[in-house]
Design a protein around this ligand. Structure first.
Ligand code: ZN
Length: 418
């Protein structure tokens, strides 16, 4: 058995190339973060997409911007409308190579235009700015790792498909099809570039995540003159919300959270519309099925009330990603590879979700926190640890070398999924 913690001359060479490129990795991250790409900011996303395509054209690969599919969104009038967002970056290389991997990331952020724009130096080698860690730094790290790998002699042994999505932070509804298709065109393992934790720890098992929108219609009436003719959608929603929250602690690891209730207007009108938006998390497929059935049951209970109709949207858009044998084997290989860089990598289970869930659901084991080290993501205090740019790009490049020369047997890891 090969010791993954030992560096070969090919490994030394990729690490040297990455160390030389430190400034490039950083500069790309800064340039990309200067463009606002909040998930609903199609204009900003469309401005960044060609720049990404340009940068990824440095690879020995076919690069294209693929239009994303419109997806359904429930607006604040309770109507399902189609939302069209920016394109998906697709990069394909060497489909005939014996080892195939899928790599993924996203170029949207959670910040709407104008909300968080400054990039500021912090003390001890950190930078504060929108999307630096989540995940423009990660995209830059992915690109540099591939460049360093392709400059070496193992290139022809490994091919890849990259999917960089414009909508991860809102659930990948426009890009989940592309992720699935790329994962299922022969990929053995997946590498996704979410940031790892402040401590350097990476994500292990992940729960599945659901988003539901329930729209309830009643009948409006004057509250003073003809209250009895009205049917309050808000009242029906209120009962349903209490019942949804009561599902918490009913089943191990499953949680529900009602995020908002919209509807109603003046106090002298019986409200004829309520929109209830909520999320659910579940640790495995059975638990996710149970959660879905419970939601459907409560929706039915709400709509058998006199005069109340409605519709239910959503579901588990990210299936759970439990630690199975394949995942565990991959984590062990990554941790052993980390030792070649003097890293003690740990994998911690989390309730958070990402594209790694989608790739796992498509049958491909994957490690999904190969991006930069950072913290306070999704807040205006988001930061990236600058020393992690070279460190994490080197980790990825070493993994690519090991997949390519068989020191890590990607096929064998994939076979453990069955
Ligand atoms: Zn992210």
């Amino acid at each position: 058995m090969t010791d993954l913690a030992i560096k070969t001359s090919d490994d030394e060479a990729v690490c040297a190339r990455i160390a030389d490129a430190e400034n490039d990795i950083k500069q790309r991250m800064l340039d990309w973060s200067a463009i606002n790409t909040g998930s609903w900011n199609r204009e900003g996303l469309e401005r960044l997409a060609p720049k990404l395509a340009d940068a990824f054209s440095a690879l020995d690969a076919e690069v294209k911007l693929q239009p994303s599919l419109p997806f359904e969104k429930v607006d604040d009038k309770g109507k399902a409308v189609d939302f069209q967002t920016a394109p998906i970056l697709r990069v394909n290389s060497r489909p005939e190579a014996p080892v195939q991997i899928i790599m993924s990331g996203h170029y949207d952020t959670v910040f709407p235009p104008g909300t968080f724009t400054e990039i500021t130096e912090m003390d001890d080698g950190r930078l504060n700015g929108p999307g630096l860690a989540d995940m423009k730094g990660g995209l830059s790290v992915m690109l540099e790792a591939l460049k360093a790998f392709e400059a070496g002699p193992l290139k022809d042994k490994l091919g890849y498909q990259i999917v960089v999505s414009p909508d991860e932070e809102i659930g990948n509804f426009a890009s989940s099809g592309a992720l699935k298709e790329a994962a299922q065109s022969g990929a053995m393992v997946g590498m996704t570039y979410e940031p790892c934790m402040e401590t350097g720890a990476m994500s292990g098992g992940r729960k599945g995540s659901a988003v539901f929108d329930i729209v309830l219609h009643g009948r409006s009436a004057h509250a003073g003159r003809s209250k009895e003719d009205g049917r309050s959608a808000l009242e029906a929603a209120a009962h349903m919300v209490v019942d949804i929250e009561a599902l918490n602690n009913r089943r191990e690891g499953v949680s529900f959270n009602v995020g908002s209730i919209d509807g109603g207007n003046a106090v002298n009108i019986v409200p004829d519309l309520a929109i209830v938006r909520f999320g659910a998390r579940a640790p495995d497929a059975d638990a996710a099925q149970w959660a879905t059935w419970e939601v459907e049951r409560l929706f039915k209970e709400a709509t058998v009330r006199d005069g109340i109709t409605g519709h239910l949207h959503g579901g588990f858009y990210r299936p759970p990603k439990p630690r199975n044998e394949a995942q565990q084997a991959l984590f062990t290989a990554v941790a052993d590879t980390g030792r070649a860089l003097d890293l003690q990598l740990e994998f911690q289970d989390t309730g958070g979700v990402c594209e790694g869930n989608n790739i796992f659901a498509a049958g491909v084991p994957n490690v999904d926190t190969l991006g930069v080290m950072g913290g306070r993501i999704h807040s205006s205090e988001e930061y990236v640890v600058l020393s992690s740019l070279v460190e994490r790009a080197s980790l990825s490049a070493l993994l690519l070398n090991r997949f390519a020369d068989g020191r890590i047997d990607a096929n064998k890891i994939k076979a453990l999924m069955e």
